[in-house]
Design a protein around this ligand. Structure first.
Ligand code: FAD
Ligand code: FES
Length: 295
């Protein structure tokens, strides 16, 4: 059930280059939100700018909603200045989230794609499912802080490794090996950067390629991805080739967020279009016609 409310800013912390973690008091939205869903948020008090902006729910803590956002233009620049105590109009949760039924899920984050996957990671931890996170970005500065922040938000440990390993989903064995009694491992994170300053050099799909080439019994049984469209297109193709179910969290320009303006459509498999705000933002990758998506 979604709600529209005046959400009080509790904190707005710089956590990376132009990246902020915003904490808002929004009990009804926090109670209803599922990983992968989003909110529409007016970025400043008053009427300017008029259009709200869509943001994934990065997490919920009690009655607080967390949003991880990057400054891209005027709206997000204004949002970065929102001070504790300010009240912002927000409605949600909106759209469809991730299905979290897999036993060996692989999360794939391109840059700010880590925003919805943070919520996924915490939910998987609650369910006792060990996950693998492949995280990619331009530089070490762009991703290391975000990974660390995600790690500290887990109850257990996010085991970060510079390079991939080929036994990631020996789950029980691996977790037992890595765990200490005080901090069990909740997830394993490997990274890539385009400049090679952190993790492997190259796109994040390098890591996914390694995971998908594991023997079937160790291979991820689901891939949950968020990032730029070209990355999602590549991820969808790799998963289709290996017959691994793939869910993608999509971004599109959104004016209304509730299915009315058709500003957010993408081509659907079999013809026609889907509205990212209604049928998504999380969709089965096979439901999209990637050939008609000019990524
Ligand atoms: C469902 C959904 C969830 C999102 N979740 C997050 C999130 O968790 N964290 C986050 O940082 N951002 C997220 N975004 C993107 C965020 O909504 C945009 O960055 C924001 O609206 C930009 O507003 P602006 O006024 O700062 O930029 P504008 O001045 O409106 O645009 C600046 C630049 O960003 C581009 N842009 C704007 N919106 C989008 C978009 N939706 N997709 C692709 N390019 C865009 C514009 O083309 C332009 O080049 C999400 C978008 C969607 C649709
Ligand atoms: S944003 Fe208006 S229909 Fe999706």
């Amino acid at each position: 059930m979604s709600a529209c409310l005046n959400a009080k800013v509790l904190a707005n912390e710089l956590v990376g280059p132009d990246v902020y973690l915003l904490r808002l008091a929004a009990g009804p939205i926090a109670a209803a939100a599922r990983p992968g869903q989003f909110v529409m948020l007016r970025v400043a008090p008053g009427d300017e700018p008029l259009l709200a902006r869509p943001f994934s729910v990065h997490g919920v803590e009690g009655e607080d909603v967390l949003i991880l956002f990057q400054v891209r233009g005027r709206g997000t620049a204004l949002l970065s200045q929102a001070a504790p105590g300010a009240k912002l109009v927000m409605w949600g949760p909106l759209g469809r989230g991730f299905e979290l039924e897999a036993k060996r899920p692989a999360l794939v984050a391109g840059g700010m794609g880590i925003a919805p996957l943070g919520f996924v990671a915490r939910k998987l931890e609650d369910k006792g499912i060990l996950f693998h996170l492949s995280s990619g970005g331009a530089t070490q500065e762009a991703i290391e802080g975000l990974e660390k922040k995600l790690g500290t938000s887990l109850r257990g440990r996010l085991e970060c490794r510079a390079t991939d390993i080929h036994r990631l989903f020996h789950a029980a064995q691996e977790a037992a090996e890595l765990s200490t009694s005080t901090a069990p491992v909740s997830g394993i994170c490997t990274s890539t950067t385009m400049d090679g300053s952190y993790g492997e050099k190259g796109p994040v799909t390098l890591l996914l390629k390694n995971l998908l080439s594991l023997p079937p019994e160790l291979r991820p049984d689901a891939v949950l991805a968020c990032g730029p469209l070209p990355m999602l297109k590549a991820v969808a193709a790799m998963c289709a080739e290996k017959n691994v179910p793939c869910q993608v969290s999509l971004e599109a320009p959104m004016a209304c967020g509730v299915g009315a303006c058709l500003g957010c459509v993408l081509p659907a498999a079999g013809g026609g279009y889907v509205r990212v705000c209604q049928e998504g933002p999380v969709m089965d990758a096979a439901a999209l016609d990637w050939g008609r998506i000019g990524a």
